[in-house]
Write a new protein. Sequence first.
Length: 532
Amino acid sequence: MINFSKSKIFLICCIVFIVGIAVVSFLPLSVAQNDIWWFSGIMISVVLLILFWKNNIVRIIALVGLFLFLAFWRYAIGLPENTANKIWYYNGQTITVVGKIINEPDIRQRNVKYIVNTKEIQSPKTDPRGLQARRPRGSVFGDWISVSGKILITTNLYPRYNYGDELEITCELQSPEPFSGFSYDRYLARFDIYSVCYYPRIASSPGPSPAVAGEGRNVGAWFYKKIFSLKNKFREIIDYGLTEPESSLARAIILGDKKGIPDDLRDKFSKTGVSHIVAISGMHISILAGLVMVMLLGLGLWRKYAFYFASVFLIVYIILIGLPASAMRAGLMGFLILWALNLGRLNKLTNSLVLAAVILLLINPKLLRDDIGFQLSFLAVLGIAHVYPLLNNLFDKLRFREPLKALGTFSKGVRDIFNITIAAQVFTLPIIALNFSQVSIIAPATNLLILWTLPILMVAVLVAILLSLLIPSVSFIFFLPAKLLLKYIILVVELLTRVPYAYLEIDYLWWGWAVLYYGIIIWIIYAVKKRK
């Protein structure tokens, strides 16, 4: 311990922080909320560092304690306070509230969901004399007081509201509740949403009240509004140039709009292990980034230029889909993969990955336990970092390596697609089994047959969209290459779903088996690397 380098000590402290977030997220709420305790632990650790800085053992123990209590404290201050200026304080009551839509509308087949950031709520007071100093909203009398917090509203498809619209909403406010074994409350808590509202009475706000008057122009809101408007235009072009189910699949892959995919087709994607291609997730972006980089290198591009081109591709893609937080996090994962491939040293990826996790958990500590996308993101990247090189070495030792060399770049491309897919799935398998109760046995074959089409398909769709902006009347011609690729993907998925034992249904999986699985995988990787 005394001989640990500074970088190794920092890595240990970062891992302790992540473990601390994991531990505190499972503690009873009454214990986790004791932020004074955790802050006191931070102060004690700092004092020990100052007093015993020259004692290596005490210094390391104090650093570990500092990061551990920092994790506890960060999680505690992120928990909601039930005070009168928070919207969730009024859960269980019928209220009238004014707020602004702060995200892109989530359009489903039968309804639409809006995330509304609240500004004011009508107090229970009904004395008209209390209205003299404030302007009443709508036809309901009452005094208006400032509140903050988000509400998830589920309402009819029409009339349709857009990002940035200010609404006056009257509804019964409810706390989100778990259902069918799904922790819906914790799922929404990731976004700091603790109140939901179903089919309220909605009206456009008559204008800013004195409490919110004088707000300046929000450049960020203007930018997002333009991005969402452009995204809607792209949706219309895709729908015009393609027919169903190809259009809904293209929207999912390019824009992240997976809600429009038919349920039976979505189920087939899950059973064949390629659900990640229709979700803007870390696993999706990580695999895609790795494939784009590998393909550019395979085409003979210098490593530095391949890295630049792939990075630009990633940035443009994330901006195109509207810069959602999940895609930006996934983009960070994808960039880490590109950076490691650029260096030619995947084993250097782990330290950067752990640091990225710490930064993201500092921003939102609820991600670790309750965000499956976050879990799959980091596990997929870890798999690519540690399992992919081992699979490549194993492949190089196989006897049929020489005959395959005759196929040149094609052989290497097939091997890389297969190895990247297997590497990502080795680390994500237990999380998928625990959360979705289904494991695809045929996933490696499906990914091998499909993943090579993704970069080509994305370029084909984007080119078709741009050309359709110029000559919209013949957009179906521009979308023809993309349509053929989409039909190929659907055909492969439908055929492989029929293969006997293509997938396994898992009614219940004890979390201890997942821990044992990861222990075995880590031990195998360690043993192989040590022997090497």
